[in-house]
Design a protein around this ligand. Sequence first.
Ligand SMILES: Nc1ncnc2c1ncn2[C@@H]1O[C@H](COP(=O)(O)OP(=O)(O)OP(=O)(O)O)[C@@H](O)[C@H]1O
Length: 307
Amino acid sequence: MVLTGAVKTFGRAGGVVRAVDGMELSIGRGETVALLGRNGAGKSTTIRLLLGLDRPDSGTVRVLGRTAERAVLDGLVGAMLQDGRPIQRVTVRELIAFVASTYPRPMPVAEALALADVGAYADRRVDKLSGGQTQRVRFAVALAGNPELIVLDEPTAALDVEARRTFWESMRAYARRGNTVLFSTHYLEEADENADRIVVVDRGRIVADGSGDAIRRAAGGSLVSFDLAGGPTEGLELLPGVIAVEVSGDRALLRTDDSDATVRELARLDAIRGLQVSRATLEDAFLALTAPAAAVAVPASETETVR
Ligand SMILES: Nc1ncnc2c1ncn2[C@@H]1O[C@H](COP(=O)(O)OP(=O)(O)OP(=O)(O)O)[C@@H](O)[C@H]1O
């Protein structure tokens, strides 16, 4: 599926919000992709464009070679949105059978129940289930049309650790069949563990796109910190390897893609009091990429664009 220059704005008292701001995103069949961003980054709006629930103000959206609306009507796309609630007073099996009957080439009901791992309570009413069970039923609903692509908006937001684990097992089983998965999340570990590719979104734009490792690298592979001991802070950004500099009290934190070179130069300058070197975590990378006053700009050439 492909978003080309997609823009979606919302009018608001006092101005216009560019929820999606010139998004260029292409996802190939069989990929599992995480859309990672803070609250309000534009993830849900991107997903709504891909599902044909909203139209872009400009730019285009194509899903499996057709318009988003057409792809959904053809049963090629399954979705789990944040606010969807299954209809009540029916059993899980009845619900899935009903949803399947509305699609041209549905998944056999037993298969959808098994894949979403809801077989154990298939004959219970959907309004009598726990939060984790309900979420899996919603996943079964998304599978019922036998889609090639599934789009999940923060699928595990309300789940505990165990429910999350079983949810991702089901999702991976679906992906292993050669299907495509796009999910949004705030959770870095979830993106890293369950996606082949992470697309970091900030203010309606993609600020990094690649594997977890590529994103760590793009935001600076290591962090070097030391006590300034009253020394100058000017020029630190010019040290070899340094991508960004933060000063907090009397301590300087340098984000660097060549910590050896950075440390050698600091040693030469005799600025190694309390020196610490650590590998940037995905969390560091994410914060650097999406911090409100983004200190780090990732040149497009440093992101690993998969397609
Ligand atoms: N229907 C709407 N009307 C007005 N503004 C909207 C609407 N939908 C989204 N926005 C605004 O667009 C921006 C992006 O919102 P969006 O819901 O896409 O972000 P998100 O990354 O999904 O956030 P969250 O993680 O909180 O779900 C936000 O500033 C939001 O307030």
